[in-house]
Design a binder for this molecule. Structure first.
Ligand code: ZN
Length: 139
């Protein structure tokens, strides 16, 4: 089985119970080919704890992940990887429409596609399953 890949951030936000600032730990993880985002909220002031599993990754947390961990690049290393094969994987994995998948496939083939480690690892694995030599490189 493929190894789980995680990227985590810590932030602070107002507690929903008492209004004090509480800690929030967010983890984006690649588990069995799927991305998940789990958060754990911990309030030192009132002691409330909340764990939210499987939520959507908010854009500001994704930006924080990239800022703190750096962007991971997706590289296609095989000789003359077919854009059609890459597009097919992108459409299947991300549910992109044709135009968007075509634009993103171009970025992938030119080495300009980057994102969080779990996101890029997920695409690299899916590409390899389809016979395209791909790696997620960087942080
Ligand atoms: Zn509280």
């Amino acid at each position: 089985m493929d190894q789980t890949v995680v990227a985590a951030v810590t932030c602070a936000e107002p507690c929903g119970d008492c209004g004090a600032e509480r800690e929030c730990h967010g983890v984006q993880a690649l588990v069995d080919g799927r991305l998940r985002w789990d958060t754990e909220l911990d309030c030192a002031a009132c002691g409330s704890r909340l764990t939210v599993c499987g939520g959507a990754l908010p854009p500001e947390r994704r930006a924080q992940l990239l800022a703190e961990h750096g962007a991971t690049a997706l590289r296609v290393t095989g000789p003359a990887a077919s854009r059609v094969a890459v597009m097919r994987v992108l459409r299947a994995e991300l549910g992109l429409d044709l135009a968007f998948a075509r634009a993103m496939a171009r970025q992938v083939l030119e080495g300009e596609c980057s994102g969080t480690r779990p996101e890029m690892e997920r695409l690299a694995r899916a590409l390899r399953v389809s016979g395209v030599a791909a790696t997620a490189t960087g942080p």
